[in-house]
Design a protein around this ligand. Structure first.
Ligand code: PTJ
Length: 247
C-alpha cells in the first residue's frame, strides 16, 4: 500500500522518479529492523520532539515522498510543536513545488513555505537545488526536521549551526551520521509516533525537555541501532528461519 502511494505520487507528478528508488532502498532497511519502531528509534523520536518543542523557529522540510506518505500527520505535528512547513526538493521544479503545496493545503496546511519566489535565500556551499530555501523558514530556523534527506544538505545545515533531525531508515547513510538526531524508522511510523509524543510532552517544562535532549547521544544511539539489527539477524539465523539450500 505504501509503495502504491508513492507510485500514485509519481503519476500525479509530485514524487520524483528517483523517489521510487529511494523508497525501495528504505524498504530494504525496514526489513532489517523488522518493519517496526525499535527502541533506539523511539529514543530518537522523543529527543526530536524535545528539540522541536524547545526551538524558537522549528521547520519541517517536505519532499515528494513525504507528501505522498504522511501529508496529514506532518501538518498535525507542525501544529503541535508550532513549526512551519517548507517544501524543499532535491529534484526541484516549479510544478512539483506547487503540486506538493496543493497536497499539503488539501490536508489542512494554512501556510506552506519554499514555493516559487519564497525560496529566495541560499544555503552556502551547497550546489544542489536544495540550496534554495525560504528566508522565513529553513534559512532562519534553529531546529529543522528533514525526513529522507541527502548527506550534502545535512552537512551544510549543520555548518550553518542548525540542529538537524533526520528520519532515515539507513543508519549508515551520510545523513544519519551527520545529523544531530537520527531517527532510524519509517516516516509512516516516525511521524505518528512524534505526534503522540508531542501531545504527551508539550506540557513538560523547559528543564525536563532539556534533560531529555542532553541525555540523548546520536553516535551511541546509531550504535544501538546497528547492534539491534545484528542481534535480530543472528537470532533469526540461530532459530533456523534462514532457509538451508541443498548442497
Ligand atoms: O522529492 P525530492 O526531489 O526532494 O527527492 C526526494 C528523494 C528521496 C528522492 C531524494 O531526497 C533522495 O534521493 O534521497 P536519498 O539521498 O536517496 O535518501 C533517501 C534516504 O531515505 C535513503 O537512505 C532511504 O533509505 C531512506 N528512506 C526511503 N524511504 C524511507 C526512508 N526513510 C524513512 N522512511 C521511508 N519511508
Amino acid at each position: 500500500m505504501l509503495r502504491e502511494r508513492v507510485v500514485e505520487g509519481v503519476r500525479e507528478g509530485y514524487v520524483s522518479m528517483q523517489g521510487l528508488i529511494a523508497h525501495g532502498r528504505g524498504e530494504c532497511f525496514d526489513y532489517l529492523i523488522g518493519e517496526e519502531t525499535i527502541p533506539p528509534a523511539l529514543n530518537a523520536e522523543r529527543a526530536a520532539v524535545a528539540a522541536m518543542l524547545l526551538a524558537k523557529h522549528p521547520v519541517i522540510s517536505v519532499n515528494g515522498n513525504v507528501a505522498a506518505l504522511v501529508p496529514g500527520e506532518i501538518i498535525e505535528l507542525a501544529k503541535l510543536v508550532n513549526a512551519k512547513i517548507e517544501v524543499n526538493l532535491f529534484y526541484r521544479t516549479r510544478e512539483r513545488e506547487e503540486l506538493i503545496a496543493k497536497v499539503l493545503r488539501k490536508y489542512g496546511a494554512d501556510e506552506v513555505l519554499g514555493v516559487g519566489d519564497d525560496a529566495s535565500c541560499t544555503i552556502p556551499e551547497l550546489f544542489s537545488e536544495r540550496r534554495r530555501v525560504s528566508c522565513r523558514g529553513i534559512y532562519i530556523t534553529d531546529v529543522v526536521l528533514v525526513p529522507l534527506e541527502d548527506g550534502d544538505r545535512t552537512e551544510a545545515l549543520r555548518r550553518m549551526g542548525k540542529v538537524v533531525i533526520a528520519i532515515d531508515l539507513n543508519p549508515l547513510s551520510r545523513t544519519s551520521r551527520a545529523a544531530n538526531i537520527t531517527i532510524v524508522d519509517n516516516v509512516v511510523r516516525a511521524i505518528p509516533n512524534m505526534v503522540r509524543l508531542a501531545r504527551e510532552m508539550r506540557n513538560l517544562g523547559r528543564d525536563a525537555l532539556m534533560k531529555i535532549l542532553t541525555d540523548f547521544n546520536n553516535d551511541e544511539n546509531l550504535g544501538e541501532t546497528i547492534r539491534y539489527i545484528i542481534g535480530r539477524l543472528t537470532k533469526l539465523m540461530n532459530e533456523g528461519v534462514v532457509i538451508e539450500f541443498p548442497k
